[in-house]
Design a protein around this ligand. Structure first.
Ligand SMILES: Cc1cc2nc3c(=O)[nH]c(=O)nc-3n(C[C@H](O)[C@H](O)[C@H](O)COP(=O)(O)O)c2cc1C
Length: 231
């Protein structure tokens, strides 16, 4: 199984440790090949909001030299892992959000990739509001058409894993091991109902309101999405 990990923090702290535990267990399942991107280095520019990627092939992005290698790795992978600490009120890290902004052209009504529909993803977050930090990432991934998004929020109240009571550490370690085993074994499922809904909505909007000559319409047309559902 080819796995791509997208690290939403440069700090090798709680989230990194939780991710390492998850990856160790995943590797034990066998045949796991991991490629890791530390996004602070791999995606060092902020999205400028120019929208070139929404109206043109994504190579027009001024940061294509960073986006393309990440996108290529994502498309080749069987499974994706997104990691972020919980920051502020219900937020993911800015570093993770910046990646998702740069990849927003993958959304269903622009240029969703066929390869994405067969993939599974896992989101890991640590911190008191980790569940809330995970939620928007899951929404993004569902908009891309990812087959299934699994999550693990480590609800912890210290900035250091080892400062937690040992029993709590063990509990989280067991949780991550179990989640990794499940993630490894789980087969492709039916697409989400929201994916099916978004496909038909996008098809309608692109035909009725966007139309010939505009990039999203042309992308869909070239890939045969108007005549055949891509998932
Ligand atoms: C900028 C920033 C904002 C944070 N905001 C919160 C917060 O609002 N509530 C909270 O309980 N913890 C907050 N934390 C703590 C982290 O969520 C928590 O320590 C997390 O496990 C850190 O993950 P890391 O070790 O991978 O960096 C914040 C930490 C940082 C750096």
């Amino acid at each position: 199984m080819k796995v791509v990990v997208l690290h939403g923090s440069p700090r090798k702290g709680n989230t990194y440790l939780a991710t390492s535990l998850f990856l160790d267990e995943l590797r034990k399942c066998g045949g796991v090949d991991v490629v890791e991107f530390f996004l602070q280095r791999a995606m060092p520019e902020f999205c400028t909001g120019c929208q070139l990627c929404l109206g043109n092939p994504n190579e027009k992005c001024p940061h294509a030299r960073y986006v393309t290698p990440i996108l290529d790795a994502i498309l080749k992978a069987d499974a994706l892992i997104f990691t972020t600490p919980h920051f502020g009120a219900c937020s993911m890290s800015g570093i993770m959000k910046n990646l998702l902004d740069h990849l927003d052209f993958l959304t269903m009504n622009v240029s969703p990739r066929k390869e994405i529909f067969r993939k599974k993803a896992f989101v890991i977050s640590t911190g008191a509001g980790s569940t809330a930090a995970i939620k928007p990432i899951k929404s993004y991934l569902k908009n891309w058409g990812i087959n299934r998004v699994y999550t693990c929020g480590i609800r912890m109240f210290t900035n250091k894993w080892s400062a937690m009571p040992v029993a709590k550490q063990r509990k989280f370690e067991r949780m991550l091991c179990k989640a990794a085993q499940h993630f490894y074994a789980v087969p492709k499922r039916h697409p989400y109902l929201s994916t099916v809904f978004m496909y038909y909505m996008s098809k309608f909007i692109l035909k009725k309101f966007v139309g010939v000559g505009n990039y999203p319409y042309e992308y869909w047309n070239k890939n045969g999405y108007f005549t055949k559902c891509p998932f």
